[in-house]
Design a protein around this ligand. Structure first.
Ligand code: NA7
Length: 554
């Protein structure tokens, strides 16, 4: 390391070197633009670089949760299992970075502190925490939807001498839990993945649960060579189905014409048909359980039928009826928080070395030097794991001090919730682009597919704009307002807003409650985007910078 700071000018700065940032860099280079990617981690991977907790793996079949932009890449790469583990995903992204020689344009171990728009020059000045400065026409935030971990503010936590970990920022050397008394707080997807793995080695594991989540078995298995070869032959067609929103690779049969969601309402099926459909999906495994009927996410009774099926399974699996009841979610429609996909979660509570503490009866009062004190008792632990989630969707964007036209701060503009046009841009911040930003399908479905669609939209829009001799793009205010309205309307037509989820920002005290992702699905979203392009990027004002600075610069 040297102490010298860097000062460069490029066409585009991309923040983040996960799935989104890597592909964005690839596409920018194809356009002949110069670019630098700024990455806080020491390697590529984003989510898959940071989330190294035991059991961390994808909840979508990785044959589809992977890039489709390069046929040779998807033919060459061999996924060993249906739901790849974090190390395998990290190896894949590392391979992509090497294969396309992306690393030379990535600054690792570098965190962006601020981004300021200069209207005179129609450019962004991006400053890093280490004091580097980059000037760029385009600033593209590929910062991820779940990248700012959240540890709740519990009394005693700052002063405890116990080791404390967060699933989203796991030590690279790993943590050896062998024989230890471990506490885990949080039972969302991360907790649900970590619990069975930690229980296998810990002396004792205490699971502190505030809200039970619905989870279905992943039924993960090694890839069958013959089946995989068949799948590879059909890759182009499967990717088309994925982009059309017909499949998303969450356990559904990856066959032509197969649908993630069936076009049958629960009310139109007999009791027997319902059970058979739920059972079939439960047995197959994966998040497509929710697609069993068309109205699970829109009709309360339909949702309750699916929810009760899962509760029945919990009662069948968990030996102690009291524990089974505590693990059974009630009052939260299934699927309105991301449906978790697990490997033996409920059965783990049959182990002698696992205890469930229901925080609804007995909230946490303090973290002491010995363990966790709830209102009724203190339990001793050697180590505490927080699986308490993220400041989702806007967290990483707003961590950067972004200043747009006329000195407007993005934090101020979004103080009542994020406002974007298509999840791609926000008015008042020209040439600032988001990959899978709030207002796009982003986290609802297969994120990699959503990333590819956004990166391609952005690359095509830049090409069309620059090709037409223009170099400034800004979301029009009216288009943005109409889009925000549409995103809200779309969510209100579903059961999603009923849950206190991170989709709503409800998990972060003080965060505005606004439903952030577009719930209409990638198929509809893609059609809308295609229409926007067909109408000449309607809603995006594209112009040429009035640039007296050009001469001054040279
Ligand atoms: P989630 O899904 O946000 O889950 C966080 C969990 O932590 C959830 O059970 C929370 O309970 C719990 N939590 C949060 N704060 C507290 C406090 N103060 N006390 C006790 N329990 C608490 O995050 P994950 O990392 O599991 O998953 C995020 C996404 O990553 C996931 O959806 C996948 O897409 C991958 P609560 O529900 O708030 O009562």
């Amino acid at each position: 390391m040297t102490n010298s700071t860097r000062n460069i000018a490029v066409d585009a700065v991309v923040v983040g070197a996960g799935f989104a940032g890597l592909y964005m860099l690839y596409r920018l280079r194809k356009l002949g633009l110069s670019a630098k990617v700024i990455e806080a981690g020491s390697d590529v991977g984003g989510t898959w670089y940071w989330n190294r907790y035991p059991g961390a793996r994808c909840d979508v079949d990785t044959a589809m949760y992977s890039y489709g932009f390069d046929e040779k890449l998807q033919q060459d790469w061999e996924w060993s299992e249906h739901y790849a583990t974090q190390p395998e995903l990290q190896r894949y992204l590392s391979h992509v970075a090497d294969r396309f020689e992306l690393r030379s344009d990535i600054w690792f171990d570098t965190r962006v502190a601020s981004a300021d728009y200069d209207e005179q020059d129609a450019s962004w000045t991006i400053r890093t925490e280490g004091g580097d400065t980059l000037h760029a026409r385009w600033c593209i935030l590929a910062t991820g939807n779940l990248s700012v971990g959240r540890i709740p503010d519990i009394p005693g936590l700052q002063s405890t001498s116990l080791p404390v970990y967060h699933t989203g920022n796991w030590p690279h050397e790993g943590v050896d839990f062998t024989g230890l008394d471990v506490a885990i707080i949080g039972t969302g997807s991360s907790g649900i993945q970590a619990v069975p793995e930690i229980a296998k080695v810990a002396g004792h594991l205490t699971v502190y649960q505030r809200t039970p989540s619905f989870t279905v078995p992943a039924k993960n298995r090694p890839r069958d060579a013959v089946e995989y070869a068949e799948l590879k032959k059909r890759y182009p067609e499967l990717r088309r189905s994925l982009y059309a929103g017909e499949i998303y690779g969450a356990g559904e049969p990856l066959e032509p014409g197969s649908r993630f969601r069936r076009n049958v309402a629960v009310a139109d099926a007999s009791e027997e048909e319902r059970r058979a459909e739920f059972q079939e999906r439960w047995d197959r495994g994966g998040g497509h359980f929710n697609g069993a009927f068309a109205d699970i996410l829109t009709n309360e009774d339909a949702n309750e039928a699916a929810a009760e099926f899962v509760r029945t399974k919990i009662r069948e699996i968990v030996a102690d009826p009291e524990i089974a009841e505590k693990l059974s979610p009630r009052g939260i429609p299934i699927g309105t928080k991301r449906l978790a996909v697990d490997d033996g979660y409920y059965a783990t509570f049959n182990r002698d070395n696992v205890t469930l503490v229901d925080l609804r009866d007995d909230p946490i009062a303090e973290i002491s030097d010995h363990g966790v004190r709830t209102e009724s008792s203190e339990r001793r632990h050697d180590v505490i794991v927080f699986a308490t989630g993220f400041d989702a969707m806007t967290g990483a964007i707003l961590k950067i001090d972004v200043t747009g036209r006329d000195g407007e701060k993005l934090r101020d503009k979004w103080s009542a919730g994020p406002r974007t046009y298509l999840g791609l841009m926000t008015h008042g911040f020209p040439n600032l682009l988001f990959v899978t930003g709030p207002g796009s399908p982003s986290v609802l479905g297969n994120v990699v597919c959503h990333i590819e669609q956004h990166v391609e939209f952005i690359a095509d829009m830049l090409a069309a704009t620059l090709g037409g001799g223009r170099d400034v793009i800004e979301a029009e205010l009216a288009a943005e307002d109409a889009w925000v309205e549409r995103v809200n309307r779309q969510a209100e037509g579903t059961l999603y807003p009923r849950a206190n989820s991170w989709f709503l920002g409800a998990n972060v005290p003080g965060k505005p409650r606004v439903f952030m992702p577009f719930v209409g699905g990638i198929g509809l979203y893609r059609q809308i985007c295609d229409q926007v392009v067909a109408e000449g990027y309607v809603g995006f004002e594209r112009s040429t910078a009035a640039r007296p600075a050009e001469a001054a610069r040279g």
